[in-house]
Design a protein. Structure first.
Length: 228
């Protein structure tokens, strides 16, 4: 697991997921949210961002599935108290070009040609962070949904390096990063490689029709599974 910054405001995620280990997460921390398909990974990640947005923090989403405009609209519905000028989205389902634009509401939307264009995604993230910073969001939360889509376009070592670079970038920016991955879509070796790029992990599973989560790597031993 990588080491994150000790400076800046701590992030409290317990309003979304009530674990003591999530009450004071260091800025610059990057967390892998892992679970099988349809287990609520993306919903959890977006809820964490929305909670921060309602508190005045910046929000940056990289989407590899839905259209950026759709993600932006759904996020603002989830966080009605958010300042739109501190919300940005990198849309990886673009038309082949790399371009950024401010929306009518004041958010920032950056388009990338595909989930395999990791260089373009990195450029988009940098532009979005600058936009958020210029609009007063000196701290914030980031979500990428999902690494599994990226892994269908490129190999695990390349995705690992990409995550590692982003870890350093968010460390410098003081942001909290959440990255989702479909644990049922990859072999154990791939998951082990990807995990090494992160400070900790939230695992999600379904048990008897109930969603459960546990936290690993952020503070001491793994937690017990708990319903959420």
């Amino acid at each position: 697991m990588s080491r994150s910054s000790d400076s800046g405001t701590m992030y409290d995620l317990t309003d979304v997921l009530d674990f003591d280990e999530l009450a004071s997460v260091r800025p610059g921390s990057n967390i892998l949210v892992s679970g099988p398909a349809m287990s609520g990974k993306e919903d959890l990640a977006m809820s964490v961002l929305a909670d921060g947005a309602e508190a005045g923090q910046g929000s940056l989403v990289v989407t590899t599935g839905e259209r950026g405009e759709t993600v932006l609209e759904e996020f603002l519905d989830r966080a009605p108290g958010a300042d739109e000028s501190t919300v940005s989205v990198v849309d990886c389902r673009g038309d082949g070009s790399r371009r950024g634009e401010a929306t009518a509401g004041g958010s920032y939307l950056y388009h990338v040609s595909s989930p395999g264009d990791l260089t373009g995604i990195g450029i988009g993230i940098t532009e979005c962070l600058e936009y958020l910073h210029n609009n007063g969001a000196d701290d914030g939360r980031f979500a990428l949904t999902s690494l599994s889509t990226m892994l269908t376009y490129t190999d695990r070592k390349t995705v690992f390096k990409f995550c590692h670079v982003l870890s350093s970038r968010f460390d410098s920016a003081g942001y909290l990063g959440l990255f989702t991955i479909d644990s049922s879509a990859h072999d154990d070796q791939t998951l082990q490689v990807i995990k090494q790029a992160f400070d900790g992990m939230i695992e999600i599973r379904e048990s008897d029709g109930q969603r459960e989560a546990r936290v690993l790597g952020l503070a001491g031993q793994p937690t017990e599974w708990r319903e959420f």
